[in-house]
Design a protein around this ligand. Sequence first.
Ligand code: UT7
Length: 330
Amino acid sequence: MIDFQKGFRRSVVAGAGSYLPETIVTNRDLEQKLATSDEWIVQRTGITQRHIAGPDETTSTLGLRAARAALRDAGLEASDIDLVIVATSTPDFTFPSVATQIQFGLGMTGGAAFDLQAVCSGFVFAVATADKFLMSGSHRRALVIGAETFSRIVDWEDRTTCVLFGDGAGAIVLEAAPGEGTVLDRGVLTSHLRSDGRHREKLYVDGGPSSTRTTGHLRMSGKEVFRHAVGMVTDVMADAFAATGTSAADLDWFVPHQANRRIIDSSAEKLGIAPAKVVVTVDRHANTSAASIPLALCVARDDGRIKRGDLVMIEAMGGGFTWGSALIRW
Ligand code: UT7
């Protein structure tokens, strides 16, 4: 047992895993069904393809696969986990939560499990939330999952939105461990969350149990969202640098939410983050909302880029608006 009485504690990444549905839909495939073109989609977004959940797959089945992979990677059993947080805006059901379904799928009967909804910022919000649970000493090990099936809520006849999204899931295990309280510690070093409901109508779903009694479809004023995105995410990254006394030069990897290549590149440029440090998966995964960051973390970890001890910045912005950042030493 770790004696936490004296020391400072950190939420350290003990493992990571992800899952993408097998079916890939390319821009060329979409050209067959919609008045769109590979050229338009690539030029405006950087997206070339997206994964789409199969008929028997749901957000919880994708999330369960990612959770199992993260546990395997951490060398842990489900019984070692006492907190499951799932960031999602596309739950299988209004309730019960995706988190309790994943908990059941893992065979866990203890601990607490709940969903958290902050749309595309969900994973950053979930990491920050889990970190606060672990820092408080109330919980020891958290599965933090981002899982989405946006293919189920986009309007497949609206070319301005449906081409942008994909399905998938990613997860990390965060484990309370002793730290020194400095930026050299491994773990979540700082997190910064923001919301502003004045923007709620720029990106929303036009249905829900209490309004229309239907699921509804995603609606977005893309240009409006784009206009705010870079400023908002660079603000919260600046907050993370200020809180830790670090700068863009100290970063090993920048793992942003993957909505649009142009937003990613502009954000990196504005903060002076070298292009070689930017992890980009939007080309292959499209926008998987709360799943995009853990999916990208897994890609960069699996191909050898992100290594133990590396300083990693994650950030996202999404419906609400919500936005946030977290600085993690891997
Ligand atoms: O993850 C949550 C946050 N979400 C985002 O970050 C998304 C932010 N927004 C964006 O990424 C961009 O605004 C989009 C990619 C959604 C759109 O790019 P844009 O450069 O802002 O294009 P636009 O909406 O101004 O559309 C330009 C033109 C329009 O035609 P007109 O009115 O100029 O004749 C659209 O009708 O492109 C047309 N268009 C398309 N054409 C072919 C819109 N969608 C498509 C399409 N294929 N799929």
